[in-house]
Design a protein around this ligand. Structure first.
Ligand SMILES: Nc1ncnc2c1ncn2[C@@H]1O[C@H](COP(=O)(O)OP(=O)(O)OP(=O)(O)O)[C@@H](O)[C@H]1O
Length: 572
């Protein structure tokens, strides 16, 4: 389906508003015919034939038509803006909802700044097409056809002369649109790239300052901004030549019309009033032609923007996001059977992982950096899907389960503690929207976070700042743990959850976690091996492979990688 047809289908959500707006536009358009008609009657009947009786009523008719037209214009402006805002809201919400349903993998290759530019800028540009079509393009077309019919009624010969330049205008406009579309696309992409860079630089402003690379960052921004200007100018260069040419051709029609009009009047073929009224009608005929410029820009820009929006909307959702099995109970038994996965590279991030976590067990994942520990947890939450082998939860293949169900039963503390820029209460209630104040404080106590939250002047109402910037790394980690604990899930995943805590605080948080881990299955990643030695099963990963597994003492006795890691950790 053509992109523009798909855009117009969006208006079907508001058929009433669209039709009312279109009808008002048509009435306004038809009212423009009143003025040339009034001119013809005043010249031919009142002035030439001395029909004084027609003077007042003809003038009053003209004024009445103008007033009605302006009144309808006011209603149209308001109505169209309301329609546009509704359309923008709808498409923006649909797009945002779609973004939430896309797999994490998609976000690995699409920058936040670029995505933001699609939501914030491409959506309004797309919807502008609908409003412009209803408010400008269709009325312009109707006005053009109505004026041509009106002119033909009085003199088809003079009409033909007036319209003589039209085929050349149509040809130029069509050729220009075809050539301009790829340039619009490039211009739009350059703006999105600039947004992406800005977003990236703002997120990394601390790093930029710390490494004093402000001049380099400015250079990159300067180059990206310059590219936006250059791409925009490539679009504008064509326009600067095409539209004056179109105007020139259109205006040549008036000279032709006046020349032939005067000649045929002298020949007695037409009246003076007809020539005068054609002169009055000419700007009304030219008006739709002059709108081709802005309309072409809106439509080309809208088409490019709509394609960028629809490209996202057409992506497949995450598999089994809401569909899939929802077992009544979940004991917490997890089995990896020869599971493997590759990010978009040739070498697998993890392969041949086989392990069983019985309900209530704590499984520790250890190994050097980049060994694939976080990837194992990502497969358990199904942020990524296994390519090979299976993961079974209580015997159910993980792919067959609803992701919503799976994530409802999982508490995940990620390596990077993230807090939203809202109150602590809201941040914690993400895990359990109906959590009571007592439950929130209990979770904070268990995560060893209650005392510092209590000392804050606004306590749970304190706003965390962007990405939780108002809290230290250790505080954020404890708040993230509290959030996971509030959920009280049967499966707990902790990825370096206590790495930013000092030894004493970590000991306290570990104690709390140990109590909580007692009746749930937990997967724990920790570099500090002291935090995993009590685990029921320790899995040692290296280069994506599970090379050792067992309890602390067994692995120490084995004298393999785990023993070496422990030795190194003691030396530290
Ligand atoms: N989103 C991603 N896209 C592509 N490759 C990735 C992605 N995330 C991780 N990797 C790669 O997969 C491999 C395993 O990464 P993973 O994060 O699982 O290791 P890890 O053992 O948790 O490391 P660390 O202890 O440093 O956190 C690494 O080589 C890493 O570069």
């Amino acid at each position: 389906m053509s992109v523009l047809v798909r855009v117009f289908k969006l208006a079907l959500a508001y058929p009433g508003r669209a039709v009312v707006s279109l009808v008002m536009a048509i009435i306004c358009t038809l009212l423009v015919l009143v003025l040339p008609t009034v001119t013809m009657v005043l010249v031919d009947e009142v002035m030439d034939k001395g029909r004084r009786d027609l003077l007042f009523q003809t003038a009053a008719f003209g004024v009445g038509a103008i007033c009605l037209r302006q009144f309808l214009f006011t209603l149209r402006t308001y109505g169209n803006n309301a329609l546009e805002q509704r359309l923008i809201h709808d498409l923006r919400t649909v797009l945002y909802n779609k973004l939430q349903r896309l797999p994490i993998k998609w976000f690995d290759t699409n920058s936040s700044g670029e995505i933001m530019s699609r939501v914030a800028s491409d959506v309004p540009t797309t919807d502008r097409v609908i409003v412009e079509a209803i408010d400008q393009a269709l009325p312009a077309l109707i006005q053009f056809v109505a004026i041509v019919c009106w002119m033909c009624y009085f003199s088809w010969e003079l009409t033909l002369v007036t319209l003589a330049p039209l085929p050349i205008i149509a040809l130029i406009t069509t050729l220009y649109s075809k050539r301009a579309e790829p340039k619009w696309r490039e211009s739009s992409q350059a703006s999105a790239d600039l947004n992406a860079l800005l977003h990236d630089n703002l997120a990394g402003i601390r790093q930029i300052k710390a490494y004093t690379v402000e001049p380099e960052a400015l250079d990159r921004f300067d180059a990206a901004s310059r590219r936006v200007g250059e791409k925009h100018m490539r679009v504008m260069k064509g326009q600067a030549v095409v539209w004056p040419t179109v105007s020139l051709l259109a205006e040549s029609g008036i000279v032709l019309m006046l020349g032939f009009g005067a000649w045929w009047y002298l020949e007695g073929a037409i009246t003076k009033g007809t020539v005068m009224s054609f002169l009055m009608a000419w700007p009304l005929l030219f008006d739709p032609v002059s709108r081709i410029n802005t309309l072409t820009q809106t439509f080309l820009g809208g088409k490019v923007a709509a394609k960028r929006v629809f490209d996202i909307l057409d992506l497949p959702d995450e598999m089994n996001l809401t569909e899939g099995k929802r077992p009544e109970t979940f004991t917490g038994r997890v089995e990896f059977a020869n599971a493997g996965f590759s990010y978009d590279t040739d070498s697998p991030a993890v392969e041949g992982i086989s392990l069983v976590a019985e309900p209530g067990m704590t499984v520790a994942l250890v190994g050097p950096t980049g060994a694939g520990k976080s990837t194992v947890l990502n497969l358990l939450t199904r942020f990524y899907e296994t390519d090979r082998g299976k993961i079974l939860l209580d015997g159910h293949e993980i792919e067959s389960l609803s992701k919503e169900w799976l994530r409802d039963h999982t508490g995940y503390v990620t390596q990077e503690s993230f807090l939203f820029n809202s109150s602590l209460r809201e941040n914690l209630r993400l895990a359990k929207p109906d959590a009571t104040e007592d439950e929130i404080w209990a979770a904070l106590e268990n995560a060893n976070a209650a005392h510092f939250v209590r000392e804050l002047p606004e306590q749970l109402d304190t706003v965390a700042g962007e990405r939780g910037v108002r809290f230290s790394g250790g505080e954020k980690q404890r708040l993230s743990i509290a959030r996971a604990l509030l959920k009280n899930p049967p499966l707990l995943l902790l990825d370096e959850a206590t790495s930013a805590l000092d030894n004493e605080t970590e000991r306290l948080v570990q104690q709390a976690l140990e109590t909580l881990r007692a009746d749930r299955t937990s997967f724990v990643i920790a570099h500090r091996l002291s935090t995993v030695r009590k685990a029921d099963l320790i899995c040692v990963l290296q280069d994506g492979k599970l090379i050792e597994k067992g309890r602390h003492d067994e692995l120490l006795a084995k004298g393999g990688l785990y023993a070496r890691l422990c030795e190194a950790s003691i030396r530290e």
